[in-house]
Ligand binder design. Sequence first.
Ligand SMILES: [Zn+2]
Length: 182
Amino acid sequence: MEGKMNNLQCLVLNRSFLPFDIINWQKAITLEFLGRCLTLEYHPFKKIKSAKKEWNLPIVVKVNSIKSTLVTGSPTRMMIYYRDDFRCAYCGKILRDSELTIDHVIPKSKGGKWKWDNLVTCCRECNAKKKEEIWVPKFVTPAKPKFLFPKYIKAKRSVEPEVLNIWNKYIPPSTTKLIVIK
Ligand SMILES: [Zn+2]
């Protein structure tokens, strides 16, 4: 098999058809071989070949799990970064988590709380300028997402566009864009 096999990944749905995990192709083929999943989609053009046989590559499977990526409760710092795609709310720069901070849109000193709709990702530069002011976030939507799926957010950067198109049929819109429900 030629090409970049490392990028071949498989989206895993739970028993309610909601995505909750991404696994490598070896694990996906094993699940299928053991009859532990229902394969919903195969790779549109790649197959695994040996001397005598070829296998289709599962790219979306459903398993009998109740795990989910539904968001409940109060956010952590990393959940805010993932919701905002590691982008500063005020200047739009995308940075690593070590270069980012969490900003209270309404500052703590003015009664702003640690809540989904009052927290945004912010670079150190903007945070230092903003101080105790109230700025309107331009690049992110400070609201509670219905779903948060960090593995998908990472994987969609490396997966082939044809595969991403198929995956996106199974991804709730609030995970791909920030159409969010409070
Ligand atoms: Zn900034």
